[in-house]
Design a protein around this ligand. Structure first.
Ligand code: 5RP
Length: 218
């Protein structure tokens, strides 16, 4: 099975686990896109969705699903999203698509977080995938130097601006032995909006799709 078929299978499994009522939180990326397209068939069962990016908002609307601002809704029942890397204890790196800050906000505002990955994303230790860090532009060089102090090699994502008008530094080489601790440490650096470690708010259910089917880690 190729990677796209695995992503689609993960999205189908996530849909089966999702209570189709009220307002859902929807992530960003190709796996989230599969989920959105499947959700379109059930749009009459939900009120709508809060999107973690402008791209997902557009796709939701194209599927006839109402999109709400987070400020206009209360707690969201379920947040559904993909990830760039995941451990079997459901810690994640996200933000390859640049939507990490809104993803983290909507995940945190949701009672349950279902994450969908194909098995190529499963790692024993996070950090093979460059850690995205969203920064306020005037702090870019300062934050990059702080990343070097933490043992990383920062690289600016050239020509990219987030939906929030900020920039992203991708950091390779970090030793992520304690994801929860490192997430907090990086987020405390002035100028950092957030980083792509999802450990403090990890997935509640991790769906892993592989050649032999779909596994649920809880
Ligand atoms: C976007 C993300 C995505 O969830 C992550 O990049 C995975 O994307 P895909 O489903 O396309 O592999 O964090 O910011």
């Amino acid at each position: 099975m190729d990677q796209n078929a695995k992503k689609l299978a993960a999205a189908k499994a996530a849909l089966e686990l999702t209570e189709l009522e009220g307002i859902l939180g929807i992530g960003t990326g190709s796996t989230a896109d599969y989920f959105i397209d499947l959700l379109g068939q059930y749009k009459h069962r939900i009120e709508g969705a809060v999107a973690s990016s402008q791209a997902s908002a557009q796709r939701l609307k194209a599927n006839g699903i109402a999109v709400f601002e987070l400020n206009g809704v209360g707690e969201i029942s379920t947040y559904i999203d993909g990830a760039d890397e995941a451990t079997r204890d459901r810690h994640l790196i996200k933000g390859g698509g640049g939507a990490l800050t809104r993803e983290k906000i909507v995940a945190q505002a949701s009672r349950r977080f279902i994450c969908m990955v194909d098995d190529s994303k499963i790692v024993a230790k996070l950090g093979g995938f460059p850690l995205p860090v969203e920064v306020i532009p005037m702090a870019r060089s300062f934050v990059a130097r702080e990343m070097v102090k933490l043992g990383g090699q920062p690289e600016l994502r050239h020509g990219y601006t987030t939906d929030n008008g900020n920039q992203i530094i991708d950091v390779i080489g970090l030793e992520i032995d304690e994801p929860t601790q490192l997430e907090g440490l990086i987020n405390q650096i002035p100028g950092v909006v957030t980083n792509g470690l999802f450990a403090r708010r990890r997935a509640d259910i991790l769906i892993v799709s592989g050649d032999r089917g779909v596994e649920q880690l809880v």
